[in-house]
Design a protein around this ligand. Structure first.
Ligand code: UDP
Length: 324
């Protein structure tokens, strides 16, 4: 099989490429290297296990060419990270919506099965356990945070529309706080930031009181779900939550990172407005109901938060050793 991965040099895309290449599939990566990194995939390029096309998902002609030559496509390219979204809401929104439109239209036109990465962010502020059909509770559109959720929902609805009216083989996955090696903290993601701060002996910056919680999911578990879902006929036309059930508060996460790195870093608390700017809205809790994917393909997250923290620590230590 020949797979196209948009955002293939990014954190999740590069792990997916590793797995596909390992099992002998042909892999083409489309990435503009804006948030993705060559380092993430250099080993695959050197080994001739993947090809990288440097370009943007908003380039419709390029996307049509690449999708037309593939058997299947994972659409992961996205401006992602709360910090990036609140700093550049306009560019993030445009890149996410136009990229989605280009990929979804091209895949439908070429009859190529497509898995679209969406996000738990689309549920907004609801603190209930989130089922795929749960109502969404979004804040005001004038708050930059919600541009990401709206762009993802726009893509989801296009994917369902093409599936229903044009017979496109579209599958939607809503990822819940995927973490692991190669994730960068530059755009806001909490775990790589805490690990970097702990290893550098800097303050660990918990935002708010730290009682907000998330269900962190190891990237290897998430990849497994993506690979199984794209092979599953019964998944076509539907969204699936992909995440762990167990919640961790951000304060606990900071304490675990300090313990597991053996760091002497102090944990500090920064008000959200100071961290992200005025009018920022935070989510207290975000927990998935994963009964749909469990019933369909028997997938369940297996790796613990400790495994994810430990893998991120090892990765950052290795990267620092290489850079030294
Ligand atoms: N967070 C934090 N310190 C940081 C970065 C993030 O306390 O340096 C918090 C953030 O406010 C949120 C949680 O960690 O409550 C998860 O943030 P992330 O951006 O990783 O994911 P999301 O908010 O999309 O769940």
């Amino acid at each position: 099989m020949k797979y196209l991965i948009t955002g293939g040099a990014g954190f999740i895309g590069s792990h997916l490429a590793d797995r596909l290449a390992e099992r002998g599939d042909e892999v083409v990566l489309l990435d503009d290297l804006s948030t993705g990194k060559l380092d993430n995939v250099q080993h695959l390029l050197d080994a001739g296990s993947a090809d990288l096309v440097e370009g943007c998902v908003t380039d419709l002609a390029l996307v049509e060419d690449l999708i037309g030559a593939a058997d299947r496509c994972f659409h992961l390219a996205s401006a992602v990270g709360v910090q990036l979204i609140v700093d550049t809401p306009l560019e993030s929104m445009q890149r996410n919506t136009r990229g989605m439109e280009a990929v979804i239209e091209a895949a439908a036109g070429a009859g190529v099965r497509l898995l679209v990465a969406s996000s738990s962010e689309i549920y907004g502020k609801s603190s209930a356990t989130l089922h795929e059909d749960s109502d969404r509770v979004l804040g005001s559109p004038s708050l930059a945070r919600w541009t990401y959720a709206n762009a993802k929902v726009h893509g989801e609805m296009l994917a369902y529309g093409y599936a229903k009216q044009r017979g496109a083989e579209n599958i939607v996955v809503r990822l819940f706080n995927t973490v692991g090696p190669r994730q960068t903290g530059r755009y806001g993601m909490v775990l790589p930031r805490f690990v970097r701060q702990a290893l550098a002996g800097e303050e660990i910056t918990v935002y708010g009181d730290g009682r907000q919680s998330r269900c962190f999911t190891h990237v290897c578990d998430s990849i497994e779900a993506l690979l199984q879902l794209i092979d599953c006929e019964g998944a076509i036309g539907h969204p699936f939550n992909v995440g762990r059930h167990s919640e961790v508060t951000i304060q606990e996460l900071a304490e675990r990172v300090v313990r597991m790195t053996g760091s002497s870093s102090r944990i500090s608390h920064t008000p959200y407005e100071q961290a992200y700017g005025e009018g920022f809205e935070e989510l207290g809790r975000r927990r998935p109901d994963t009964s749909r994917i469990e019933e369909l393909i028997g997938w369940r997250a297996r790796l613990s938060i400790e495994a994810a923290i430990s893998d991120v620590i090892d990765h950052q230590r290795e990267a620092a050793a290489l850079a030294a």
